[in-house]
Ligand binder design. Structure first.
Ligand code: NAP
Length: 339
């Protein structure tokens, strides 16, 4: 049995990681930690876990985590993970980090997150944890930088067409809509909040910190400089991300040709579902699942493709993908605990 620890267990993503691992046949949860007033069973903090996980959630203590666990999930705010990850890696532990601290190169990170990176040496060692595109690297990884939620929905939609050189790489337009859990758990940030209730708004247009992550990874995939114009929107919903991506083709393309490219690329991927012609994903169909659903259309001239993708930001966008990476790292069934 693999011994696993979750640091940041009381957050939105930490709670989901604990919930999934509780039903995973190959692992045992041995460490739960978070910044808490009183140490108590996690099932007292999340009653839905009663009878599944009754382990005490402790205050942060790296020594105990190193002693008790083989693999550590860091479900922490960015800038916090980079303080803890090197301690676990230096102790020979394997780490899956859900924050953004190791997804970008140091220059991009400091520019977009506005803070000095305190552990640049481990950025190179981190593998971008998207099994659909980098499964072989994930298999051998000791350290995973788990992708962001918006980037997961966009990168999986665009990569197959970019890889085949079928679309222009300099002008990919993307608008995404996310539920409120995308911003983490904080007091007053709920559906009754007057800024959220009955409201729908764009924010950080062309200035969101997930844009460089999309460009960084898509440039790696296509071996060309990629430009993404990204506009996020906030939905008055708990969870889910729906991304609509507009791509200009480099040649006249038919629906059938595009469908073949997606099917070929994702044929061995248990969590990718491609919609039938004329059908598009819905948030209700991916909520509480680790699925990435995609549908697309092409204009009559075969010059413009619109892809629509849906994921659950807390699962395929975070905790589910993190456990999927663990399954690939340890040779467990890729769908274990997730299907
Ligand atoms: N939410 C999403 O949809 C999503 C998707 C992809 C990636 N992510 C990333 O995943 C990370 C976690 O996100 P989240 O939404 O779960 O955030 P969150 O709800 O704010 O949870 C953060 C957790 O970290 C704990 N924490 C903070 N500082 C700590 C420290 N020094 N030591 C130990 N625990 C500490 C917090 O404890 P207290 O609450 O008790 O302070 C809380 O349990 C973030 O980096 C986020 O960007 C989130």
């Amino acid at each position: 049995m693999l011994k696993v620890g979750v640091i940041g267990a009381t957050g939105y993503t930490g709670e989901e990681v604990v919930r999934i691992l509780a039903g995973h046949k190959d692992v045992r949860i041995t460490v739960l930690q978070a910044v808490i007033e009183k140490e108590e069973p996690i099932s007292s903090i999340f009653p839905s876990l009663k009878g599944k996980v009754d382990l005490v959630c402790e205050k942060p203590n790296t020594e105990i985590a190193i002693k008790e666990a083989d693999l550590i999930f860091l479900a922490l705010p960015h800038t916090v993970s980079m303080k803890l990850a090197p301690k676990f890696l230096n102790a020979g532990k394997r780490v899956i980090d859900l924050s953004a601290d190791y997804r970008l190169d140091v220059k991009e990170y400091e520019k977009w997150y506005g803070t000095k990176h305190t552990d640049p040496a481990n950025i190179e060692k981190a593998v971008y944890g998207m099994p659909e595109l980098f499964r072989d690297k994930v298999k051998k990884a000791n350290f995973i930088a788990n992708p962001g939620c918006y980037p997961t929905s966009v990168i999986l939609s665009v990569a197959p067409l970019l890889e085949k050189g079928l679309i222009h790489s300099d002008h990919i337009i993307c608008d995404s809509k996310s539920g409120i859990t995308g911003a983490g758990r904080s007091p007053g940030w709920n559906l009754e909040n007057p800024n959220i209730k009955g409201n729908f708004k764009a924010y950080k247009a062309l200035k969101h910190q997930h844009s460089p992550e999309m460009e960084h990874i898509l440039s790696k995939v296509s071996k060309k400089k990629v430009g993404v114009a990204f506009v996020p929107h906030l939905l008055p919903l708990e969870r889910g991300i729906l991304s609509t991506i507009y791509m200009k083709t480099r040649e006249k393309l038919t629906y059938e040709k595009i469908a073949k490219v997606y099917e070929e690329k994702y044929k061995d991927c248990p969590f990718v579902r491609i919609k039938e012609k004329g059908e598009f994903p819905q948030l209700k169909e991916v909520a509480f699942t680790n699925f990435f659903d995609v549908g697309f259309a092409v204009d009559t001239a075969g010059k413009l493709i619109v892809a629509v993708a849906a994921i659950d930001n807390l699962l395929k966008g975070a905790a589910g993908q993190a456990v999927q990476n663990m399954n690939v790292m340890y040779g467990f069934d890729e769908g274990e605990g997730l299907l």
